[in-house]
Design a binder for this molecule. Sequence first.
Ligand SMILES: [Zn+2]
Length: 363
Amino acid sequence: MKKLFRYFVVVVIVVAVAVFVITRLPKNNNSAGTKNSQTSENNYVVSTEGDGSLNIYFLNVGQGDCSIIVFPDNKTMIIDSGNNYSSNEKKISEFTNKLNIDTFDYLLLTHADADHVGCMDYVLENYIVKHVFRPNVLSTYKDAKNLKEGINVGFTDKEGGKTSGSLTYYQFLFALQNEEDCVDEIFNKDSDFSGAYSDGEKVFEYKFDFLTPTAYPTAVKFTNANDYSPICTLTYNGVTVLFTGDAEAAMENQFLSYYSTYPDCDVLKVGHHGSESSSSQAFLNAVKPEFAVIQCAVENSYKHPRQLILDRLRAMNTTVFRNDNNGDITFAVTCSEGYAVTADKFLCAVPDLSKNYIGGDAV
Ligand SMILES: [Zn+2]
């Protein structure tokens, strides 16, 4: 009887192990030509659509930031949107038409300044936007009292926080409250997301990581609006791109002191248009950029980028691309052949805006 029981236990264990192994085997029995999708442990669907390339377009919107990302699984993202000029709206429209983009799976507003938030109301009104990441910044514009509860959040001036009284930021929040089926998220260091592409044999994962703010919302308040910009990495196939918005030394220092190791960065979107208030030597030493992209306008009144920052980058043998000199800049990573940075004066048929720049608030 004892022997029989032992035999029974062994059989149960063998069956349990077999079931466990079988349920974890990859589903690779799709026939050629059919869609091969599987849900990974990270809760995204592995896509076989597209060609497996990741493309980042740093659009020339004059003095301001705007980048559009097409991920390997054909998902899309817009980070910032330049100043609130109709020419910038036209630029975004022409470019997205060219790429057949009518949906942004992700929208990241780094901070509330006009040269970043400018066209976000246009984007929300003219595209399907599925997920918004935005800073914890309160609108104090005179009509902000009419915003729905939950849309207007952030510290008050009294609490030592940075608020925004600008019309453009208010217009962004107003458009956001009318966006249906959109996830609205105040970003923090845990706002990461990921996705993947499969060529049928191998799975290639991309990951968008928010590295800062490291303590939000209670412990960190900045007096400078620029420092609400998150430091983020996008990694794909061993390549890392670092986004900084207009983060200045205070945010760079938060990043440097919070982490003990740093991403070795292939492309750096240089902070604050190449201003001396960002890109500290300690920060550049930590992330060691191979390439750098500076989003700025020809002959801008802020004199961005500053010579000191260009000298620092040159001393590190970093190759610099600039919207004012190079036009639109593309960074492409393939799943098989590495990566390349290229510049095209006009990726879409919209005139260069840089010389039309007439100033703006708080760049
Ligand atoms: Zn800016």
